[in-house]
Design a protein around this ligand. Structure first.
Ligand code: FAD
Ligand code: NAI
Length: 564
């Protein structure tokens, strides 16, 4: 029986080696300890000695070929012996295939694309990532991270103003906006260069350029320097993301004071007044930040409530808090048009059957985002999409074999952690594993003051689905830590299935809500019951105690509030 000669593992981190030189040739007689082949890795050169005696009947990996650790290099046996049922000579294919790497292209380097690329590389893929702009995508450059930097400064300012209540007398001398902006750039740059380092560490080739499908397995890449190249891959994963949508409101496009979220993150000075079109996540987060910086903020939302996908009861509480802080909020209101009014802008809003005019120095247009798929040439190669929103199944496969899509470019849930989770699923499927995406544990977080987070079903959704459920609520006024942190503002709310007592949803308005929601997502993922939450001891004094108390309240067992 032929003995396999395999690529050795020469160190903990070694994943593959290159066959640099065969010392023995096919047909040579070999003894135990004879040097057969020289291999190199990026760190060292080594020799592979024979562990068997006989004839080198077949060399599978040619000189120059990369072979994964434990991949087959050759066979030693008796002259003319069959390998795996066939004669020695023609049997190279299975081992050669094993030695060859799956080539993977990832289009886009946002939190979807770069995570996909890393996972694909971890699974042995030879990965190329093509990014037309900056690694980190929307999230690191003009999304999650820069907004949170502004919000952090705004929150710190609010806290300083309230220091006297804590017995600390400080005076706010003003805001150095250029330093706020510098901090934003520093954090963003550090994270972007971190992603670049991760690409190198994972041996992912990064091409700066725009990718477009030339055929189902070939990308036409126009590089930053203007050169063009067609590249063919075994697997292609699209992570092209999204860009701000521009509504067809007369005057918006032409008016320089109307900006999208990217513009609103980089105002030259803090505007005196800001009108926000769209009371969704971007609108509410930036309204929170600028109002804390002293801007007079007005929010105009077309629907009957802000943050339409979040729990209605807690959204109403948040609205009251924002209004108490001086933010003017109009729901069921439609912007009719925008026009110049000297250096400012006049926004005509239809509200309560009348058209009212509002003057603002700047107008933030935040009415949603659209997929950034125009350059991809999807239709030409038959990739199914609905006006640019790519269609996939739960394995993240498109209708075209070996082409996957993930993240914002699907035009569904546009969140960084969803893009990353879907990216891992796509990479695993592309590299031969069997993974499916399940969004049940996906938390929605809004970085307001206090924070707002939810996972699973809202009360409205559970009703709409006809599910029998009960609700457990705990006001944070009755939680010691919350009382210390923000005066006890906020609430935690559980939605529990009536029959099996499973956790269906949890909604939190309060300090650190976006961290607290992790436990609740885990509970949903593990199909935990309310009893599981109750049986878990939560540390004192923490806001997490209130999570358990809200679960107790669903069972009418709350300790620190009366049970109704
Ligand atoms: P993107 O991050 O958009 O990345 C796609 C990348 O693909 C881009 O870099 C683009 O240049 C590149 N690309 C596109 N087409 C091509 C092509 N043809 N060739 C080469 N490259 C291409 N989400 C959260 O979860 N939490 C938050 O707090 C949060 N805050 C946000 C705040 C703002 C202001 C905004 C705008 C968004 C926020 N989001 C947040 C949403 C989050 O940024 C996105 O959901 C996330 O970035 C999507 O990741 P992605 O990889 O799918 O796409
Ligand atoms: P969004 O979909 O959250 O909200 C847009 C809002 O604008 C909706 O409430 C909609 O009813 C309203 N609207 C639409 N047309 C309007 C009009 N003509 N007049 C008035 N209101 C109008 O979209 P948004 O805020 O632009 O954010 C885009 C995406 O970015 C979101 O889908 C979200 O997933 C992501 N994001 C996530 C954040 C987070 O997780 N913390 C923060 C910011 C953005």
């Amino acid at each position: 029986m032929a003995v396999e000669v395999k690529m050795p593992q020469l160190g903990l981190t070694m994943e593959e080696g290159t066959v640099s030189k065969w010392v023995k040739g096919e047909g040579d007689t070999v003894k135990v300890g004879d040097i057969l082949v020289e291999i190199t890795t990026d760190k060292l050169t080594s020799e592979v000695a024979s562990e068997a005696e006989g004839t080198l009947i077949k060399i599978v990996a040619k000189e120059g070929e990369d072979v994964p650790v434990k991949g087959i290099l050759a066979y030693i046996g008796q002259a003319g012996e069959a390998i795996g049922g066939a004669t020695a000579a023609p049997v190279a294919a299975p081992a050669a295939k094993k030695a060859g790497k799956t080539t993977v292209a990832v289009i886009g380097g946002g939190p979807g694309g770069y995570v996909t690329a890393i996972r694909a590389a971890q699974l042995g893929g030879e990965v190329t990532l093509i990014e037309k702009n900056k690694l980190g995508g929307t999230c690191l450059n003009v999304g999650c991270i820069p907004t949170k930097v502004l919000l952090h400064s705004a929150e710190a300012l609010a806290e300083v103003k309230e220091m006297a209540q804590l017995g600390i007398n400080v005076e706010v001398k003003g805001i150095d906006w250029s330093k706020v902006q510098a901090k934003k750039s520093a954090v963003t740059n550090q994270l972007v260069s971190g992603v670049s380092g991760l690409m190198k560490a994972n041996k992912i080739k990064v091409i700066e350029g725009v990718a477009s499908f030339a055929s189902k397995d070939t990308l036409a890449v126009t590089k930053k320097d203007g050169s063009k190249e067609n590249l063919t891959f075994d697997k292609i994963i699209i992570a092209a993301g999204s860009v701000p949508a521009v509504p067809p409101i007369p005057g918006v496009k032409e008016n320089a004071n109307c900006v999208d979220s990217t513009g609103a993150l980089s105002f030259e000075t803090i505007p005196k007044s800001l009108l926000v079109i769209g009371g969704g996540v971007i609108g509410i987060e930036l309204a929170t930040a600028y109002s804390r910086f002293g801007t007079e903020v007005t929010v105009v939302e077309a629907m009957t409530k802000l943050l339409p996908m979040m729990d209605g009861e807690l959204t109403a509480q948040l609205r009251k808090m924002m209004e108490a802080r001086g933010i003017k909020i109009m729901t069921d209101a439609k912007v009719q048009s925008v026009e110049a009014a000297g250096a400012a802008t006049k926004v005509n809003v239809e509200v309560g059957g009348k058209v009212e005019a509002f003057l603002a120095e700047k107008v933030l247009v935040a009415v949603g985002r659209r997929t950034d798929t125009e350059a991809l040439n999807l239709d030409a190669v038959g990739i199914a999409n609905d006006r640019g929103r790519i269609s996939v199944n739960d394995k993240m496969e498109t209708n075209v074999a070996n082409v996957y899509a993930i993240g914002d470019c699907l035009g569904k849930v546009m969140l960084a952690h969803v893009a990353s989770a879907q990216g891992e699923v796509a990479a695993e499927n592309a590299l031969g594993e069997a993974a499916v995406y399940n969004g049940a544990t996906n938390p929605s977080c809004v970085y307001t003051d206090p924070e707002f987070a939810g996972v699973g079903l809202t009360e409205e959704k559970a009703k709409e689905m006809g599910i029998s459920f009960k609700v457990g609520k705990f006001p944070l006024m009755a939680n010691g830590k919350a009382l210390i942190m923000n005066g006890g503002v906020g609430m935690i709310k559980f939605i529990i299935g009536e029959e099996y007592k499973e956790v269906l949803g949890v909604h939190i308005l309060g300090p650190r809500a976006t961290d607290l929601i992790g436990e609740c997502a885990l509970a949903i993922g593990l199909e935990a019951t309310v009893e599981d939450i109750i049986a878990t001891i939560h540390a004192h004094p923490t806001v997490t105690e209130a999570v358990r108390e809200a679960a107790l309240a669903a069972e009418k067992r709350a300790i620190h509030i009366p049970n109704k």
